[in-house]
Design a protein around this ligand. Sequence first.
Ligand SMILES: [Zn+2]
Length: 66
Amino acid sequence: MKKDPEKYCHRCGNKFGVSKLMSWFTTEMLCDECRKKDSMLRDTFPNRARDYEGCGFLPLDIKEKK
Ligand SMILES: [Zn+2]
């Protein structure tokens, strides 16, 4: 059964809490926890990953080169 994307995080599948927020990198709607991780990933880039806004993927491999 497919989970309702209005109610569940698109990344981890947990139920949304009080808020759902769009990822910086993709169009996924994220729970607080995933959004926090998204934000932490963003912080590892110069200019807070401005170049990767809406790029459609998580630039994790790039981060690991740091
Ligand atoms: Zn999540």
